[in-house]
Write a protein that binds this ligand. Structure first.
Ligand code: ZN
Length: 402
């Protein structure tokens, strides 16, 4: 749906001067000072708020959030496999609707300024394609408010759970745009098996790849090398992402350089969300300086994995800056780029940005500049999706859920 003509007056632009933005037909029609518009044009007095492109949460798990439910104490053990098993148990007990849960969370994300989401959706023996269908139904009802890309995600493993591979293939045929994977060594103990299988689906179906890689140290590095090799062999340069890649935070400098070269040669993007609890994480400033594509996301928001993530991408940028010690303005802006342009590029959002002709997916936040926005991470005063105001002062303006 195209919104009405709208004139945003007195905004600050990221890295630029104060300016007005004229929005017409869902797009930025003009930028400049003293812009005029007809008497029927709606007006927003931005009062010096900073205009940013809509936030991009490019690594979420909206299908299994507990958002909107009573507080659930976190009960998972410390290891990855503990968390997987705990989640299987809780999700069986709660029997939640992925359609309703994802709708609850997406509304909150919109309220906090997110306009684009890449979500991993569990596909496996426990739920088949039910979560996928639930999220797709939710998006059909919310497509004018948010752009959504789905990764078919084998949370509980691929090779150790025979039948999962077929389900992943079916999920892509059913509309998932990206095929996922998870720790081919740590979870499956069969890196060739899992990687060959999911790369075969990507080649056959023409979809991208986004692999969760929590394995640390040399185990993770070996996996990156295997991913890079298959990316090159199958001509999938620029179509592959690795999420978390904790191993990049714990390698000797020489080995890290080898990894960076592999990432650059194959244009593999890296997602870091700033993990809690002393887990190593990719050195984002170094990777960005070397030209590695970076993006970020909320990961699981109030789910069985962690109660700590909030679905606020400006806060996420702050956490990345905090954990990486990014105190100067270029560093703070790097964290914000991961939460905006980095994710938009990953999702192939062609008309994303703050230039004339771009989709009017905008956030107006009370901050002098991008660096201050990250440092203070205030809630947005206005959020626009394709030129329409969809949130105001931290609350979404969407029709109520039935
Ligand atoms: Zn994840």
């Amino acid at each position: 749906m195209k919104g009405p003509e709208l004139l945003i007056q007195g905004a600050r632009l990221w890295g630029g001067p104060r300016a007005d933005l004229l929005v017409r037909g869902g797009r930025i029609a003009a930028l400049g000072t003293g812009l005029d518009a007809g008497p029927d044009t709606e007006r927003i007095d931005a009062a010096g708020c900073l205009a940013l492109p809509g936030y991009v949460d490019a690594h979420a798990h909206v299908d299994k959030t507990l958002w909107g439910l009573p507080w659930q104490p976190h009960q998972a053990g410390p290891t990855l496999l503990d968390r997987i098993e705990n989640e299987r148990r809780v999700m069986k007990e709660l029997r939640l609707s992925s359609e309703l849960q994802s709708a609850r969370l997406l509304r909150h994300m919109v309220a906090r300024g997110t306009t684009h989401v890449r979500t991993h959706v569990d596909v496996g023996l426990d739920m088949g394609l039910a979560y996928l269908h639930g999220v797709q139904a939710m998006h059909a009802a919310h497509s004018e408010f948010i752009d959504l890309e789905i990764v078919a995600f084998p949370q509980t493993g691929v090779m150790i759970r025979p039948g999962t591979l077929d389900l992943l293939d079916q999920a892509v045929l059913a509309g998932a745009q990206v095929i996922g994977g998870i720790d081919p060594i740590g979870v499956d103990q069969d890196p060739k098996g899992q990687l060959n299988a999911i790369f075969a689906i990507a080649e056959r179906r023409g979809c991208g790849i986004d692999i969760h890689l929590h394995d640390r140290g040399e185990t993770g590095a070996m996996t990156i090398a295997m991913i890079a090799e298959r990316t090159r062999t199958l001509g999938l340069k620029g179509r592959v992402a690795i999420s978390h890649a904790f191993c990049l935070g714990g390698l000797e400098p020489e080995r890290l350089e080898q990894m960076i070269e592999l990432l650059l040669d194959n244009d593999i993007a890296i997602m870091s969300h700033g993990p809690v609890g002393g887990i190593p994480f990719p050195p984002v400033r170094l990777l960005a300086e070397r030209g590695v594509r970076l993006f970020t996301g909320s990961d699981g928001v109030r789910d069985c994995w962690s109660p700590l993530n909030t679905g606020d991408m400006l806060e996420r940028a702050y956490l990345i800056a905090y954990l990486n010690g990014l105190r100067d303005d270029p560093g703070l802006e790097l964290a914000l780029r991961m939460a905006t342009y980095g994710g938009a590029q990953l999702m192939g959002a062609q008309d994303y940005g703050l230039e004339v002709g771009c989709a009017a997916d905008l956030v107006l936040v009370p901050a002098e500049c991008a660096a201050e926005a990250v440092a203070l991470h205030p809630r947005p005063r206005w959020v626009l999706k394709r030129g329409r105001v969809v949130a105001r002062d931290g609350r979404d303006l969407l029709p109520p859920l039935d």
